[in-house]
Structure formats: C-alpha cells, structure tokens
Design a protein around this ligand. Sequence first.
Ligand SMILES: [Zn+2]
Length: 147
Amino acid sequence: MWYSLAMRDNKWLADLLFRLHAEYYADVPIMNLVLVRFARASKTRLGSIIARPRKGHKEMVTTITINELFRNEEEVPEYVIIATLLHEFAHYAHGFHSPLPQKYRYPHRGGIVNKEIRARGGGEILKQQESWIKNSYKPFLRSKRLI
Ligand SMILES: [Zn+2]
C-alpha cells in the first residue's frame, strides 16, 4: 500500500502523538498499550480518552480518539489536532484512563488540563486552537451542512 506524505490517517495520528509525547510529556511513562485513531465525527466533541479491558491484554488498554472531522487537512489546521492530543494525554498523565496514579479527584475541575498543557509549553497552541474553535469551527460545520 502507498502512503502519501503527511496524509491524515491513523498512522499519521499515531506518529504525531508519539512525537508530542517526546516533546511535551517525556517525563510521563507510557505504562500500557495506548491506541489512537480518528473516530466519531462530532460537532461538539474534539477528542476522548478511555481505558478498558481488551481481549489478549492483561492490562487495560487506553484508547484516544480524535474527531473524524479533523482529518480534513485543507480546512482544519494541524494545531487543532495537536492541542486535542495534548488535552487527552494530560488526562493520561493525571492518571485518568491510565495505570498512573490519579493526581486529582476530577479530570477537568479547576482548569487542570489547560494548566498542565501551559506548564509544558503548549500555551500558544492552546490559544490557537481556542481561537479556531471559536471563530472557524461553526462556519466549517455549516459548509459541511452539519449544522
Ligand atoms: Zn478532557
């Protein structure tokens, strides 16, 4: 099978998460199998993370999913996906849906996810993503006749 360069498929997504782990979360050990893929086109949900048992694995398997609509490389900037992956991996680092010790009682309360991302140097990317979601996401959805 041929791959085009930087085509937004699941392999590209996994490579991106691998690089982001090295760049932003190198001190956070990956303790179990972590899978990532595009799934569930959604108007509201950018990504998700869940750990569950899986056949053939003793440990829980963590699955990170990214909104299928973000595959669109002409219209959705890469930083939208990067910020979403940084968000989902912050949960992993905090011990939600990962074998790591749970650091907080609730996954989002007190803005802990964005604080984590900012502390790791992702503040600018976060701002870019927020601005795209605020200004461009609705027109994008409208152009696809999703709203
Ligand atoms: Zn979250």
